[in-house]
Design a protein around this ligand. Structure first.
Ligand SMILES: [Zn+2]
Length: 163
């Protein structure tokens, strides 16, 4: 994914939507729209996770892989303070990363695809369904069609994965 539009003006606009009043060590909550608790930044018609953008900007990593998870040390999903953020990977078993950061790649602007779900995804989805997450919300988040989530929910698919 090429992150276009990450210029000075965009950055400035981005940071103006982050509440940095608490000082350098405090959490910097995103002041605008959130999605599943995470700040959502809209840039040129695409939605991005705000904290992921903050980490991309602070580490100059503008083309992170989907497997690069933007994680919070502070477990505050709205927080965009780069010192509270770090790049993790799928091996990290933090709920913060595993459950939601997959959707830190652009979401909402593309039609659902029949993406292949990994065993780890399915485990997470089962867990989230149990916790009351909606089928359509999970479908959006994992970038799959709703029937894929429905199949997991009904137990017709992925039976070998324990919830
Ligand atoms: Zn924080």
């Amino acid at each position: 994914m090429r992150f276009v539009g990450f210029d000075e003006a965009t950055l400035e606009r981005f940071w103006s939507k982050v509440d940095r009043a608490g000082g350098p060590d405090a959490c910097w909550p995103w002041k605008r729209t959130t999605h599943n608790g995470y700040g959502t930044a809209r840039i040129r018609g695409r939605n991005y996770r705000a904290h992921r953008l903050a980490l991309m900007a602070s580490t100059a990593k503008f083309n992170p892989l989907p497997s690069d998870f933007a994680c919070h040390h502070c477990d505050n999903p709205r927080c965009c303070n780069p010192t509270h953020l770090y790049w993790g990977d799928a091996k990290l078993n933090r709920a913060d990363c595993m459950n939601r950061s997959r959707a830190a790649i652009p979401f909402g602007s593309q039609p659902p695809r029949n993406t292949k779900l990994t065993d780890e995804d399915v485990k997470n989805i089962k867990h989230r369904l149990k916790a009351g997450s909606s089928v359509s919300g999970l479908a959006r988040e994992f970038g799959v069609v709703r029937s894929a989530i429905q199949r997991i929910k009904s137990g017709r698919g992925w039976q070998h994965i324990a919830a």
